[in-house]
Design a protein around this ligand. Structure first.
Ligand code: UD1
Length: 450
């Protein structure tokens, strides 16, 4: 199996430049400027493929997914112009991607699957890497396929791929089994140019989705977000170009905040709005963190309020719950809390694997298959190891680690910075997926690394 977007890193493929040494135990202090969200920016780039007019996005971050979508657009026949601040996309033509490019790009990232509805609109044809197939790891696309079938697409399953065809996309009423971010985005891309009205019940309403809706509205789409997680769309005949400043990355902001909490340092984060972090800020404060926010709400200084953090019970959930991508950096900080913390991961069945590596640094963490939280989630009955108990505070010591996925990778950096002695972290290139310029950011908060 090859490494999917958030998949495992194989030790034989690790280049020396992909390894850093971190000397921990040194107080962190500094300022981090955060740019466009990893979970919003590539989706806005996909939206640009729904029109032949130029579309300009600003506040761009140099992360891997941008390069992947950039390549995909060029293969499909569009043009991409980039500078340090912005990206301009013109999709004057669009051809369905050849199968080998689909396999390669779907293997590299979760974003290309979101171009399926676009491809159906523009060519009547699309190819998706087969769900559950080796190339896309364990993250399925069954909700996506079901959404597209509702709009009239017919799918044909081959060995490695699913081929979809449609004559006309027609409005549909759909209810998702779970508020999936990607499937909600697939719905939006399908509905905005479909014939007639569409409705999605149990939709995801993450801030990144609301940002995408703002983009689509600028393009001429008719979308309303109703109470109770329902999104209604009236299809239009065509969409036009747009200019848009992408929201800041709330996932990255929470990672740096967790680093400050774990090490007892002070990190000031700019470029993310307070309201997009509201849930995180509450939990951060409960755990013994402190923060000050400027008048504009987009400069937040994070620190530890007391000598010891307080333990707590934490459950991840869809928005407005505690985000799953915040979980591993924050739980790493909880290794320094005085007492027992309990974590219940309800969004992904397998997002606690990183705790094993933290144990090698001395953390006391145990994982459980039971739901250790008030919500009975989908994973309890299926025996997934999706709950954890952390006992702290533990004095961490340096270790050798291999980054398994983006957020776990940052957690290893946090643990290494909080630990005494040196840690060797392999596979850090994976961090380029979500932390633009991350090595120089480490230096700017005073982390001793080479
Ligand atoms: C997005 C984010 C990711 C975040 C996640 C949940 C991007 C690029 N990534 O991922 O950072 O952690 O939302 O907030 O925006 N599922 C299915 N079938 C499907 C689709 C999803 O079973 O067809 C399941 C997944 O396995 C998971 C849950 O639904 O258990 C949520 O996944 P989803 O919200 O779709 O995540 P992504 O959009 O891939």
């Amino acid at each position: 199996m090859s490494a999917a977007a958030d998949g495992p890193v194989r030790s034989e493929s690790i280049a020396p430049s992909d390894t850093i040494t971190v000397r921990g135990g040194i107080p962190v202090e500094g300022r981090i400027a955060i740019r466009g969200s990893k979970n919003a920016l590539p989706k806005a780039m996909v939206a640009a493929l729904l029109t032949t007019e130029p579309c300009r996005l600003t506040n761009i971050a140099e992360i891997t997914d941008i390069d992947i979508v950039d390549e995909l657009i060029r293969i499909a026949g569009g043009s991409v112009e980039r500078d340090a601040e912005s990206v301009t996309i013109t999709a004057h033509s669009f051809t369905a991607l050849p199968e080998q490019d689909v396999m390669r790009l779907h293997n590299a990232s979760r974003i290309p699957v979101l171009t399926t509805a676009v491809s159906l609109h523009r060519t009547g044809h699309a190819v998706v890497a087969a769900p559950g197939g080796c190339s896309i790891g364990p993250r399925p696309v069954d909700f996506h396929l079901s959404v597209l079938r509702s709009f009239g697409a017919r799918d044909d399953h081959h060995d490695d791929v699913v081929e979809l065809r449609v004559d006309t996309m027609r409005g549909a009423r759909i209810e998702l089994p779970f508020p999936s971010v990607g499937a909600t985005e697939q719905f939006l891309f399908a509905a905005v140019l479909a014939e007639g009205d569409s409705e999605l019940a149990n939709a995801a309403i993450e801030p990144e989705i609301l940002d995408l809706i703002s983009v689509l509205q600028k393009m001429g789409a008719l979308i309303s977000v109703e109470p109770n997680r329902t999104i209604r769309v009236t299809g239009v005949d065509e969409l036009g170009g747009f200019e848009h400043r992408v929201i800041g990355d709330r996932l990255e902001a929470a990672s740096w905040a967790s680093l400050a909490l774990a090490t007892g340092g002070v990190i000031t984060v700019t470029g993310v709005q307070q309201q997009e972090l509201a849930t995180f800020l509450n939990v951060f404060r409960r755990a013994g963190g402190d923060f000050t926010i400027d008048a504009d709400g987009d400069t937040i200084a994070f620190r530890r309020a007391r000598p010891m953090l307080r333990p707590l019970a934490l459950e991840t959930d869809v928005h407005p719950g505690f985000m799953t991508d915040w979980q591993s950096p924050f739980v790493t900080a909880l290794t320094q809390a005085d007492g027992v913390s309990v974590i219940h991961e309800t969004v992904y069945e397998d997002r606690l694997g990183y705790t094993e590596a933290l144990r090698s640094l001395g953390a006391q963490i145990q994982v459980f298959t039971e739901c250790l939280g008030p919500t009975r989630c989908r994973f309890g009955a299926a025996n997934h190891r999706h709950s954890a108990v952390v006992v702290g505070p533990t004095r961490l010591h340096g270790a050798e680690l291999v980054v398994p996925d983006l957020r776990a990778g940052f957690s290893y950096v946090i643990a290494a910075a909080a630990a005494e002695g040196e840690s060797l972290i392999h596979g850090v290139d994976l961090l380029d997926r979500g932390y633009a310029d991350f090595r120089s950011k480490l230096s700017s908060v005073g982390i001793d690394h080479r």
